[in-house]
Ligand binder design. Structure first.
Ligand SMILES: Nc1ncnc2c1ncn2[C@@H]1O[C@H](COP(=O)(O)OP(=O)(O)OP(=O)(O)O)[C@@H](O)[C@H]1O
Ligand SMILES: [Mg+2]
Length: 275
């Protein structure tokens, strides 16, 4: 882990990979200055979310998760707690029976996932998050399918963030290692130039060294001003880099606080961090 993310100013010094105006504004649908809600509240929030899959029982029970601009929010909790479900709800893959999702002050609860991508959200799901038969480069190009501008600069930035992907760009992504595949998935998401990057267990199945590497890259991405909302099994390590942490249990918020607060909380330590 390179340095302590709390010690430095995590402002938007380098906006190179970000898209401050938002892809949705390219088509001119949003009138500048007009009809924008007053600022305030987190940059992205899924607030008091209740809902489940189809007509099934509710999985989420008043669950709230949020992330501020350029910060890292981490969701931890036991298997089956509803972490992935909460991420899907924020991304619009689940109909909520109650609660709201707001991005930059705008209520996006009714928007499709595609419309949320156009608003600047990117989601890397827990499983099946790359096209295994396509090459690494083709995977990255797929990430840019909504863009009608020149995306070669963004691809160059992805290759700078993950140099191994440049070396393997002509190889089918299915031939890559677990850690390299996760880099492809994150890189594909970054190709949309998101404002918010949602990652469901980006370090699943990778070695501790690769996990540290990936966390360092994620910190780098956040420093460019992109908000990171991620689910992690490696709770202790993830909370160390988290500005905000959420412990989800049975579809609800059991604990929330800064990463530091959760790491210091005796109950959280005993129940979720192995003492
Ligand atoms: N597509 C689905 N259809 C119906 N129920 C589902 C679906 N996906 C998940 N569930 C149910 O929702 C509950 C929460 O699952 P979810 O995948 O959100 O948990 P999780 O916290 O992400 O777990 P893990 O740590 O294992 O990834 C579980 O009871 C699960 O069986
Ligand atoms: Mg999950």
């Amino acid at each position: 882990m390179s340095g302590n993310p709390y010690q430095d100013d995590r402002g938007n010094r380098d906006l190179s990979i970000t898209n401050p105006k938002g892809i949705g504004e390219i088509d001119g649908t949003r009138k500048s200055g007009a009809a924008r809600p007053a600022p305030g509240g987190p940059f992205l929030i899924g607030e008091a979310m209740t809902g489940g899959y189809g007509r099934g029982a509710d999985i989420l029970h008043g669950c709230t998760i949020a992330v501020e601009k350029g910060q890292i929010a981490v969701i931890v909790g036991p298997n089956g707690a509803g972490k992935s479900t909460a991420m899907k709800a924020v991304f619009g893959m689940l109909d909520l029976r109650a609660g709201h999702v707001r991005l930059d002050g705008e209520d996006i609860t009714a928007l499709t996932p595609q419309a949320r991508v156009a608003k600047g959200m990117a989601f890397v799901p827990q499983t099946n998050n790359i096209f295994t038969s396509l090459t690494v480069q083709e995977n990255l190009e797929m990430g840019a399918f909504l863009r009608d501008d020149d995306f070669r600069g963004t691809m160059e930035q992805v290759f700078e963030l993950f140099p191994i992907l440049r070396d393997k760009r002509r190889q089918p992504a299915g031939e890559l290692s677990g850690g390299q595949r996760q880099q492809v998935a994150v890189g594909r998401a970054l190709m949309t130039r998101p404002k918010v990057l949602m990652l469901d267990e980006p370090t699943a199945g990778v070695s501790p060294i690769v996990m540290d590497e990936l966390f360092d890259r994620i910190i780098e991405v956040a420093r460019t001003g992109i908000s990171i909302l991620m689910v992690e099994q490696n709770a202790r390590q993830a909370l160390e880099i988290a500005d905000k942490g959420y412990v989800l249990v049975q579809g609800g918020n059991a604990f929330a606080g800064t990463g530091k607060e959760l790491l210091a909380d005796a109950e959280v330590r005993r129940s979720f961090l192995g003492g």
